[in-house]
Design a binder for this molecule. Structure first.
Ligand SMILES: Cc1cc2nc3c(=O)[nH]c(=O)nc-3n(C[C@H](O)[C@H](O)[C@H](O)COP(=O)(O)OP(=O)(O)OC[C@H]3O[C@@H](n4cnc5c(N)ncnc54)[C@H](O)[C@@H]3O)c2cc1C
Length: 221
């Protein structure tokens, strides 16, 4: 809500409290951002409504290093759809993130992921089935046949925004609409890159824009 003529923003929180702010950066996923922005920026909200998301499940497994004849090298691999496998990627967490290995040097932790855009049925399979298909695909891809000492399956409904052809133009339209409302902007995975580094860069862009365009506190009151 723009708070009257002061040029500041009034944000009504779910718990009934109200914040008054010089600027607002909406960093929530696109469907939520659309809902929050709709009263103030309906055109931007309409664009964000159209951003589609994929759901996925992560299957995290811990192996005893002593059970592995050879540890899988590198940080993992991606599986193209044409390969017709169950998993779409494997991340060798123990190699990729040293803090994972530091938790227990005797364990080799990795995770696989299932669920491409439009394939939500993977998420409805039970944990044991997802673990079994992961182990089958890992065995064929990197020869890993050891039995994990623990497995955790985590489901991420609507976790990954999808970028079809025309996405960048859509994002440009969102930013153009919001530019007419200084002190209001958006950032996050739905805009200029899904990976964590891209999200951080987009957050910095939003912060820079906010510092340049938001009305300084007290001005106009
Ligand atoms: C399973 C999975 C694995 C991934 N692995 C990798 C990887 O290995 N490397 C990599 O670079 N990227 C990875 N990604 C992508 C990356 O993690 C995400 O794209 C990124 O973290 C998204 O950051 P974000 O700030 O846009 O969104 P989020 O971190 O999801 O933040 C959105 C925020 O909005 C808040 N929110 C939601 N609803 C509301 C509401 N109604 N009101 C207020 N706040 C709300 C949430 O609480 C949350 O804090 C992965 C993503 C997934 C789903």
């Amino acid at each position: 809500d723009p708070a009257g003529r002061s040029g500041r923003w009034r944000v009504e929180l779910g718990d009934g409290h109200t914040l008054t702010a010089d600027a607002v950066v909406v960093a929530a996923p696109a469907p939520v951002a659309a809902r929050l922005l709709r009263p103030e920026a309906p055109a931007a909200a309409g664009e964000l409504d159209a951003v589609d998301y994929a759901s996925m499940a992560l299957i995290t497994m811990a192996f005893r290093r002593s059970d592995l004849p050879a540890e899988p090298p590198g940080s993992g691999f991606l599986v193209p759809p044409v390969d017709g496998r169950g998993i779409k990627a494997a991340t060798f967490s123990a190699n990729k993130w040293s803090w994972t290995a530091a938790q227990d040097p005797g364990l080799f932790v990795l995770r696989t992921s299932v669920g491409r855009h439009g394939e939500d049925e993977w998420l409805r399979r039970d944990d044991a089935e997802l673990a079994a298909l992961s182990r089958r695909d890992l065995a064929e891809a990197v020869g890993l046949t050891a039995v994990p000492v623990d497995t955790v399956v985590t489901r991420w409904e609507g976790g990954l925004p999808q970028y079809p052809v025309g996405h960048l133009e859509r994002v440009a339209r969102v930013h153009r609409d919001l530019a007419e409302r200084p002190g209001l902007t958006v950032c996050g995975a739905a805009y200029a890159g899904v990976g964590v580094p891209a999200c951080i860069a987009d957050g910095r862009r939003a912060a820079d824009l906010t510092l340049r365009t938001a009305r300084p506190a007290g001005e106009g009151e």
